[in-house]
Structures are given as C-alpha cells and as structure tokens.
Ligand binder design. Structure first.
Ligand code: ZN
Length: 436
C-alpha cells in the first residue's frame, strides 16, 4: 500500500516533515518514507491512498486509559479523586463490571479511539483478556494491564487470584502481534507492599510491562510515609519495584531525587493533563522530565475523568498547562507535544523500536488528518495546527499494523450503530446501580 501526496510528519529523530511525501507499506510494516516522486519511482502499491495534501503522521499513542470506563462517562463529575473513586467509581464497578460489560465498553472505546486517531493504547482494568479480544477484533494495538488490587473486585477475590488471572492472560497473549499483555498493580494506596512486589515479580518473570498509578495526588504520599518512605517513588524504590518496563501514570508529586530515580531506573511516565486538571490532582513537572530526558508520553486516563479519549485535546492541554504552570510560553511547544503523543509515548511504553514514528522497519500505524476545516485555515505550519486547532474528528483514515481500520471517516471493523446502542443499554444498568 502506498499513501501519497501528503504532508508527512515523520516524528523521526530529525522531526522531518516531507511535503509532498509518501509512505510505502508492505504487509504490517513501513518499508519507505520519502518524497512522493521518489516513492512513485520505487514502489507500485496494490492500493494507493491519495492523502490529497492532508497530514500523514504516526498513529497516536495513548499511554494511560481504562477503556471500558467510557461506560461511566459523565456519571459523576466535579469531585476529588478519593470521593469520586469511593462514592461512584468503585461502587458502580462492583455492581456492573463483568466480561460482557468490559467487552461492550472496549468496543465503544475502540470506536472512539479509531475515530480520533489513536492506534495504540495502554490500559488498566479488569477481565483484560476480554479487552484484548475486542481490541484485536477492532484492529487496535494495546498494552493491556490486568489490574491487581487489594480488595475483592469483579475478576478476583484476592490479590493472589488477581495475579493468577494476570498470569494466564499473559501466557495467552504474549506472542500476539497487536496485544502486549501487562500487569497493572492499581496504586500504592490500593495495594500492600507484598502485593506490589509480587506484581512486579510477575512482570519480570515474563518480561512484560508493569503499569501503575504513581504519585497522582498529594495525599498518596501519606501512604508512603506510613510505610516509612518520604515519597511514593522512594517507597517503590525501597521495594525494588522501579526498573525498565514500569510505566508510571501521572507522576505528578515528585521531587528532584524522585525524578533522578525515575530516570536512572528507566521508568516511563504517562502525563495525563486533562484528568489531572479535572480532578485537581496537580501539575506534573513535564518541563523538568523533558529536561532530564525521562521518557514522557501522553494519556487521556479513563473517560470518566476526562471525559473523552481524544489525544489531540491531550496534546493541547499538555502544552497549555505546562506553559501556565511554568510561566514560560516556550515550554511544550507544538513540536514537543506531537513528539509526546507519538514517539515519546512509544518510548514510555518501551515500544520505540516498533511504533511511534514513520520510519522504515516500524509497524504501519498511520493516520491521515484533514487540514481543511475553517478553523485550520490558513495553514503556515502543520505541526502548529495539529496541536492548537486540530480535533480528533479531523482524522480521516486510521491504519494499524498495515490494516485500514477507518477510511474517510467510515470505521471498517466495528458496527458503529450497534456499538452505540449497546453502550446506552449498559448505561441504564449503571444508573440503576449508583442511584443516578
Ligand atoms: Zn488512571
């Protein structure tokens, strides 16, 4: 397949933009990225997609979400994290989460992600094997972490059961081309030290990522202090938890020595600006992370705290939030925001050799983004427009692993009307469960 006549935003080491450019794809792989004429001379695609002067770029990498929570979208807003979790989310989950629920939620999330240009997402939830099946069916790439949590949940009565569940999930999916199974200890305040250690040990046994909520709110440090450590990061270090393959969602409340530790241990960070703002969790020191060369990607977090999965909004929010936080309008430039949503996210997930940029030898995860809306006119700089005016709805075509999942706004792998209808049916059950 050849995608030609595009403004090709590569997100490669030189942040090259090739206009008019083209991308040649063979099976699941990118084989060439070059000027449109050069590609035309060298390749004849069985299929040619004329990008018509629109942006062709790497698919967006959402480094932190809880896909099925789209079914809790708008259920409870304007609350602090602890109240939101304990009064609404945990009770609603206790009464509704089932294999059928997560499958319906994942279909809705996948539809939204495909429609807004996300091609890879990192997930933390329950019944992750069901999420994996739906993710594969939709054609998306997922780093899917089975949740480990100290109290009884829908798919495990104890952490030991959760770990056994995670292990069978890992063995079932570890050689899958689209799914990277992972272990997801929820957070330090929802797991004791022994469970955190066991979760990390399970990840290391199979060489799969460990996803965790880390230092999301200021109060999380109380748990660390009660366990004899000054900070959340120091506590996890004392357990021997930190190392390559750990992806820390949020990492808002860190000091300088925490940051040095995260860097030296090779921990990836997922920055979730919209969720952090909505829950008033705080502002992650992204400027400092970038200066320290920590691998930072962007995430939406679950739709219940965002309330959507649009990574273009995440780019814009990351840029604006860091500017206002540091009183420096030059930080998280449009170029940096695009990098964070693509190659930075890939790096944070340890997948930079496979995805995150348009380069020969990487998987063909590619999106085509329209630049023809009134709000995008005129266009002096496509990178500026991607961050400051573009929305998920502007994505026209989404390709993952060489397969077209959406063509000219028409999703190929999901029955849109059926997915939406089913989600509304589940919403009635959720409402009944929490009395709203
Ligand atoms: Zn989260």
């Amino acid at each position: 397949m050849v995608i030609t006549n595009g403004i090709v935003v590569t997100a490669d080491a030189g942040s090259r933009v090739i206009n008019p450019g083209a991308v040649a794809i063979d099976g699941a792989d990118i084989v060439a990225v070059d000027g449109a004429d050069a590609i035309r001379r060298q390749f004849r695609g069985r299929e040619t997609i004329d990008a018509g002067g629109q942006v062709v770029m790497p698919g967006l990498v959402n480094t932190h979400t809880h896909a099925p929570m789209v079914l809790f979208r708008g259920l409870a807003d304007d609350l602090a994290l602890d109240e939101w979790l304990t009064k609404y989310v945990f009770p609603a989950e206790a009464k509704t989460v089932s294999p059928e629920f997560v499958r319906a939620g994942t279909r809705l999330a996948a539809l939204e992600m495909i429609e807004s240009g996300t091609t890879t997402f990192a997930d933390m939830y329950y019944f992750e094997e069901e999420i994996a099946k739906e993710t594969k069916a939709a054609g998306l790439r997922g780093v899917l972490g089975e949740t480990i949590i100290q109290f009884p949940v829908a798919d495990a009565k104890t952490p030991a059961e959760g770990l056994a569940h995670a292990e069978s999930f890992i063995t079932a999916f570890r050689n899958d081309p689209l799914i990277t199974p992972a272990v997801a200890p929820h957070a330090i305040y929802t797991n004791d030290g022994a469970t955190l250690k066991a979760a990390r040990a399970l990840s290391l046994k199979y060489g799969v990522p460990t996803l965790i909520h880390m230092a999301e709110t200021q109060s999380e440090a109380t748990t660390a202090r009660e366990r004899g450590s000054p900070t959340v990061v120091a506590y996890l270090e004392s357990l021997g938890f930190l190392g390559p393959g750990v992806v820390a969602a949020h990492a808002v409340w860190v000091n300088d020595s925490d940051m040095t530790l995260l860097k030296s241990r090779g921990v990836g960070v997922s920055h979730n600006p919209e969720s952090n703002m909505k829950l008033a969790s705080g502002i992650a020191p992204v400027k400092a992370y970038l200066a320290a060369n920590v691998a930072v990607g962007l995430g939406t977090d679950g739709a219940a705290s965002n309330n959507d999965l649009d990574m273009f909004e995440s780019m814009r929010a990351a840029s604006f939030l860091q500017k206002v936080a540091t009183s420096d309008p030059t930080v998280v430039s449009a170029k940096t925001a695009v990098q964070m949503a693509t190659i930075g996210g890939a790096r944070a997930l340890g997948m930079e050799k496979q995805i995150g940029s348009l380069e020969p030898g990487k998987r063909a995860d590619v999106i085509i983004v329209s630049m023809s809306a009134a709000r995008q006119t005129p266009m002096y700089d496509p990178i500026s427009h991607l961050v400051y005016v573009t929305r998920g709805d502007d994505v026209q075509t989404t390709i993952v692993n060489g397969k077209v999942l959406m063509r000219n706004r028409k999703v190929q792998t999901l029955d849109r009307a059926a997915v939406l209808r089913e989600a509304k049916t589940w919403a009635a059950k959720v409402s009944a469960a929490v009395g709203r």
